[in-house]
Design a binder for this molecule. Structure first.
Ligand SMILES: Cc1ncc(COP(=O)(O)O)c(C=O)c1O
Length: 477
């Protein structure tokens, strides 16, 4: 497979889009004008020329002035934020697909994509184009004064979500955590007076006061109050298999529902646990779980913040064919914006949800473009580009596993995790820093055992680049 991206000729792509949405309006005339188009073409060409210089792993600059400036900026930033960065990672803003230029002059393979948002890598030409088109407008858009960009993104998002689910309505938010907050509020309003939530062991939901309680990690809520609103269920276990895992989770759910009659409102689930270690189950386990949840009248809320566009389908509920069960879903990261999607009957009464921002115009435009590329350019499905690269990555990792270099491999779409040795934090951290030195940026997930986590930008990567990354992994092991 060659480069995954095909830049649509500007004349047909954006002018067509502008002229349908903005025909007869001054803004449309501006974007379609020959001066604007020529300037845009020139800017994209200039960016493209410099991107070519960032197309392989390169060491840090040896120039003393660059090194000194890098250290000074990094030290100041770390002092200001009161703690060190995990990696001494600062970007310059220049990138090219999976490659990113850092402030020390090095170029690295970015295999974590900002923990998932850069599915199309760095400085993708189509998204640069959206950024330039957004220049003629304001910086931010809001709930009181939305613009055409917000409507286009929501149109496309609800159109896609409702193909295989009842999620026909949606609301923008400002990040994944806030989308989850909105989801929680609309569920509680609909299910009032039930307010309690089932979540899963090892789950992650964000870091607001409510989300830190849902998140199953005591370290993330040290010194914080617990309101007793969350009950944890056991996720699928390979050792127990479908029946054993289902019996266990059903018994747990039934017991809590009997103990708190009329109090349980929803079950919140990451269909593929992200921070928890890329855990996922066979479809039958989810079906059994959701059938039981429906018997108890619970809302089913899928947190798709990390899984959105990552499993090889737009939504993980499509990947597992579970759309009919989902009442509420939250999305963010790869979308470039964040939103909660819900069945129309969950529409909250006026006043419950609002907020100043819906997102930056560049983000809303880029989100729409990401959706267009994903759904129109062959990225999704079993034969889509994401799955093709996923299979290549997985076969390389399986070969390392067969040769006993790693002990566990978990892969679904562009969510890639593997465990070195016993998966202690020390082993994983040592490997992550070795990888970083050798030019591959990754992160960790799981809780005892820990795994190396990658969220690679499969939207732009080539098969050859996957091989290059895997070779570096093997060397570092
Ligand atoms: C599954 C899941 N939910 C919620 C969040 C929180 O999203 P954000 O960091 O955008 O607030 C994350 C972020 O990593 C996530 O992975």
């Amino acid at each position: 497979m060659g480069g995954c991206y095909r830049l649509k000729p500007m004349e047909s792509a954006n002018i067509a889009e502008n002229s349908t949405g903005l025909r007869g309006l001054r803004a449309g005339d501006l974007l379609a004008s020959s001066r604007f188009q020529a300037a845009k073409k020139e800017l994209l060409a200039a960016i493209g020329d410099f991107q070519k210089k960032v197309s392989s792993v390169q060491p840090a600059s040896t120039e003393a002035s660059v090194q000194a400036r890098y250290k000074e900026v990094l030290d100041r930033f770390q002092t200001q934020r009161g703690r060190e960065l995990y990696f001494p990672y600062l970007t310059t803003g220049l990138g090219n697909g999976p490659f990113v230029e850092l402030y020390d002059g090095s170029v690295k393979f970015d295999m974590i994509s900002g923990i998932g948002f850069n599915l199309f890598g760095h400085a993708h030409p189509a998204l640069m184009e959206e950024t330039l088109d957004g220049l003629s407008s304001d910086i931010m858009q809001g709930n009181l004064q939305p613009g055409i960009e917000a409507t286009r993104l929501m149109d496309l998002l609800t159109q896609q979500a409702s193909k295989k689910s009842g999620l026909k309505t949606g609301w923008f938010s400002t990040c994944g955590t806030m989308a989850n907050e909105v989801a929680l509020k609309i569920i509680r309003q609909k299910h009032f007076p039930a307010s309690k939530i089932f979540a899963f062991k090892d789950c992650f939901a964000g870091r607001s006061t409510a989300m830190q309680e849902i998140t199953d990690n005591p370290k993330y809520r040290e010194g914080q109050p617990i309101f007793g609103e969350v009950h944890y269920l056991s996720f699928y276990s390979k050792e127990l298999g479908v029946k054993g895992s289902l019996d266990r989770v059903t018994a747990e759910m039934n017991s809590v529902c009997e103990r708190y009659p009329g109090k349980m409102a929803a079950v919140m689930i990451e269909l593929v646990q992200g921070e928890g270690g890329f855990n996922f189950a066979p479809r039958e386990w989810y079906v059994g779980l959701f059938e039981n949840a429906k018997k108890h009248g619970l809302a089913i809320w899928a947190d798709e913040i990390q899984t959105f566009a990552r499993t090889g389908e737009l939504f993980a509920f499509e990947k597992f064919d579970l759309g009919n069960y989902i009442d509420v879903a939250t999305v963010a990261k790869a979308l470039q914006a964040s939103a909660v999607l819900f069945r129309p009957e969950y529409n909250p009464r006026a006043g419950l949800i609002a907020g100043t921002f819906t997102g930056s115009i560049t983000a809303l435009r880029s989100g729409r473009r990401v959706l267009e590329m994903l759904t129109q350019d062959g990225y999704l499905g079993e034969n889509g580009k994401i799955q093709k690269l996923s299979r290549v990555f997985e076969s390389k990792l399986r070969s390392l596993q067969e040769r006993k270099k790693i002990s566990e491999v978990r892969v679904i779409g562009s969510m890639i995790a593997f465990q070195p040795g016993q998966g202690t934090m020390d082993q994983v951290k040592a490997l992550l820093f070795k990888l970083y030195e050798r030019g591959v940026v990754a992160f960790y997930c799981g809780h005892d055992p820990y795994l190396v986590r990658m969220l690679p930008p499969f939207g732009v990567m080539t098969e050859d680049q996957v091989h290059q990354v895997c070779s570096i992994v093997e060397e570092c092991l």
